[in-house]
Write a protein that binds this ligand. Structure first.
Ligand SMILES: [Zn+2]
Length: 308
């Protein structure tokens, strides 16, 4: 592989993450959470959690507003510590993973999926399909182990064509702000490994039977949510369209430092939350608490996440 894999130390240096910030095991909530969808089972498996300084997560929100909101929610105000939930769909003989987590080289508090997937009764070789929401480190770096072998060796892999083309483009590294250049190097490394086995989809496609790709671009150029359908019921995997149960729901209009296109991220988040609130269908957020499964309630111009 031509591109070097970033070490954990390099990742932390680039992110400006203070290594003194503690990781408290169990903080991120449940290791495994389950819901039924007809004959299917939808499970979330914890990949640990991230630790992101407020200035990195929400650099363009007035600090005092952020702190007031976090304090009112009883959360710490030095950093946000979003949990990471990988969704697993069991549908007959199929075991579908939505994203693969961070792997061993992103943050010491993340990359725990293999510790927890076992508790969900799944071995890595049982996974038949992997569908990516986007190519950020905490969603795709868990593709490979320390020997550059696939962690889920039997899986078929699927990604949005736009997302693939964006990260693979020659000028993406040069255009990326300094603090996120390692995201590009890491994505290019993982996508290169997938080159011979990847399948592509576009928004609106049925990626696998009953799994519909939904346009939630903005967080990244090809960011995709997935509606898992069962008759008239559905569960939507929303990836990083809303990354904080407190901030993204109380103030979907606040700019998120992790959205590559800030304005499109806000528009996408607001539209998605509005639709999910109207439909009252269940959804799963990669960084939402209690396994990430819940519903949303509308409250004036704001929304509220209600864990299942
Ligand atoms: Zn992301």
């Amino acid at each position: 592989m031509s591109l070097k894999k970033m070490t954990r130390r390099e990742a932390l240096a680039v992110l400006g993450v203070a290594s003194a910030l503690p990781f408290v095991p169990g903080m991120s909530g449940r290791a495994v959470a389950d819901i039924a969808l007809g004959s299917k089972t939808v499970t979330t498996v914890s990949d640990g959690n991230l630790v992101l300084p407020l200035d990195f997560a929400f650099p363009d929100v007035p600090r005092e507003d952020l702190i007031a909101l976090l304090e009112a929610a009883g959360l710490g105000t030095d950093a946000v510590e979003p949990p990471c939930n990988v969704t697993v769909l069991k549908d007959g003989d199929r075991v579908v993973l939505f994203d693969v987590g961070s792997g061993p080289n992103f943050m010491p508090s993340a990359g725990k999926i293999l510790d927890n997937i076992d508790a969900a009764g799944i071995a890595p070789e049982d996974v038949t399909d992997v569908v990516f929401t986007h190519a950020h480190p905490d969603h795709i770096w868990g593709l490979l182990d320390d020997f550059d072998e696939f962690i889920f060796p039997e899986a078929n892999y699927f990604i949005n064509q736009v997302e693939w083309d964006y990260w693979r483009a020659d000028d993406t590294l040069a255009k990326m702000p300094e603090a996120r250049k390692t995201f590009v190097v890491g994505a290019q490394n993982r996508l290169a490994a997938l080159e011979d086995v990847i399948s592509f989809f576009n928004y609106g496609d049925e990626v696998l039977p009953g799994i519909e790709a939904i346009d939630t671009a903005g967080h990244t150029p090809g960011h995709t949510s997935f509606a898992i359908h069962d008759g008239s019921d559905s569960v939507t995997v929303i990836g990083d369209a809303a990354t904080s149960a407190v901030i993204s729901f109380a103030h979907p209009e606040w700019p998120s430092g992790s959205d590559q296109d800030t304005e499109m991220g806000i528009a996408t988040r607001t539209k998605l939350l509005d639709r999910l609130a109207q439909e009252q269908t269940r959804f799963i957020g990669f960084h939402l608490p209690e396994g990430g499964i819940g519903r949303v309630e509308k409250d004036g111009t704001a929304y509220r996440f209600v864990a299942a």
